[in-house]
Design a protein around this ligand. Structure first.
Ligand SMILES: *Cc1c(COP(=O)(O)O)cnc(C)c1O
Ligand SMILES: [Zn+2]
Length: 448
């Protein structure tokens, strides 16, 4: 069977199509975003059972590149890529764990965390970047005059782009908002040999510039308006369902900034439904920082209108975005999944992340936003304690140590109720014994 995919304009009145090896990010007729569409009839020749078996047989196997969470689903992602052009760092296949203690603390019994940050560059951005860079490698092998791949980034996209380009031997260019990303995120593209451009603006400002410099076909655009990324990221929903032995959870909560990832999550789940692997859909919740919440504002007006905003500085720096490029796709997804949009204040996101950490998690601030949204939905009764809930953790906490250090030093501009300060002591047994006696008593009264 030969499977096929192509770019298609998301505007239903237009539906213009383009081959996947075209250098194109928006529809030439109507300027809408594009999405990758698959020949679903061809895919439907294989039964749902047979797809599930194939995906299970490949999952985390050593049979390169099919052990990758993405390439194990190659026919659903990028069927026409040659294996020789695949640039894979064994992405996907991340752990999904039962957050039993945290769930009990906040009032839900069946809460699971999908740790997308346990990945090569430390965030879910690897899922999409393996697909985009592989397609670029294929285009270069076909003679396309691509000299470099560029992105604007709030930190994680540039880390993923730089690492996959380095693995492929392709030059990367990253445009970063000066002073607005963590040191760990900044050092990743530097180490991987990217051309790092630090611009005195915010993410939205970098996005404007990168769209101009990639008008020339020699520099390829790697932001998520390029729907090749979405094809990789869409496997997260499929993988979650697979990890639950093909059972669909009731609710999936995901932090959202530029809103590519929520669209991707929806897209993978719809594909499973359309090919008969699942028969119902979960509810999707998008969680935004209150200081960068344009989708939440629009949701409150039932999406009657959407206005970009000037995003304010937030601890959840990877989602500090006021003018999300994938807004239309995200609204469509929320409608299809009976979705909810929530936001969280700085204090709510920091406390939720810190409380989670006390139960064995190590949350990045964006995961904190999602956990805070969950707390509020449980409190309001929108989510019931018996529901099967998955929170998508988007990055590794170790990328955001400044955030954690500031919190535990009590240096936020709000009270840090779970701050855990080191106790400074003279190096004597007596001093240590006395301090322990005091501190352990305090802890046991707090925990009991
Ligand atoms: C990119 C990113 C997000 C937001 O994803 P979008 O597709 O832009 O909505 C959330 N969390 C982290 C850690 C990210 O890097
Ligand atoms: Zn169009």
């Amino acid at each position: 069977m030969s499977y096929r995919a192509w770019f298609q304009c998301i505007n239903e009145k237009c539906s213009e199509t383009y081959p996947l090896n075209t250098v194109i990010y928006r529809c030439k007729s109507c300027d809408s975003l594009l999405e990758v569409r698959h020949d679903m009839q061809a895919l439907a020749h294989r039964s749902a059972k047979a797809w599930m078996k194939l995906f299970e047989d490949r999952y985390k196997s050593t049979q390169w590149p099919y052990g990758s969470g993405i390439w194990g689903k190659k026919e659903w992602v990028l069927p026409q890529i040659h294996d020789d052009n695949i640039v894979s760092l064994y992405e996907g296949g991340t752990n999904l764990f039962w957050a039993e203690r945290f769930g009990k603390l906040i009032g839900v019994d069946n809460l699971w965390l999908k740790l997308c940050g346990n990945s090569h560059s430390g965030s879910f951005k690897d899922l999409g970047m393996t697909v985009l860079v592989s397609q670029v490698k294929q285009m270069i092998s076909e003679g396309a005059p691509i000299q470099a791949v560029a992105c604007a980034s709030t930190g994680d996209t540039s880390a993923a782009l730089a690492t996959y380009c380095a693995a492929a031997g392709i030059q990367s260019i990253v445009l970063l908002p000066k002073g607005k990303i963590s040191i760990a995120q900044l050092v990743q593209p530097i180490a991987n040999g990217a051309l790092v451009l630090s611009l005195d603006t915010d993410f939205d400002g970098c996005m404007r510039v990168v769209q101009e410099i990639t008008k020339d076909e020699t520099i390829y655009l790697a932001n998520s308006m390029n729907s090749l990324r979405i094809e990789g990221q869409k496997t997260v929903g499929i993988e979650i369902v697979q990890q639950f032995d093909w059972e669909v959870p009731d609710v999936i909560i995901i932090p959202g900034g530029n809103l590519g990832n929520v669209s991707a999550l929806g897209s993978g789940l719809l594909m499973m439904r359309d090919l008969g692997l699942i028969s119902r859909l979960p509810r999707i919740v998008v969680a935004q920082a209150e200081r960068a919440n344009p989708l939440y504002r629009s949701y409150q007006k039932n999406f009657a209108s959407f206005e970009p905003i000037q995003a304010q500085k937030t601890l959840a720096s990877a989602i500090q975005i006021g003018n999300p490029v994938s807004i239309e796709k995200a609204i469509r997804t929320i409608r299809q999944f009976n979705g909810i949009v929530m936001d969280a204040t700085e204090q709510e996101l920091a406390d939720a992340a810190a409380l989670g950490d006390t139960t064995g998690m190590f949350n990045c601030p964006h995961t904190g936003v999602a956990l805070a949204a969950l707390r509020k939905l449980l409190k309001s009764g929108t989510i019931d304690r018996s529901e099967h809930v998955v929170v998508i953790s988007t990055a590794h906490g170790l990328k955001f140590t400044d955030f954690k250090v500031q919190y535990h030093e009590g240096k936020m501009d709000f009270p840090c109720q779970y701050a855990n300060k080191p106790i400074e002591l003279p190096p004597t047994v007596d001093a240590v014994k006395e301090a322990l006696q005091h501190a352990l008593k305090k802890r046991s009264s707090k925990n009991g």
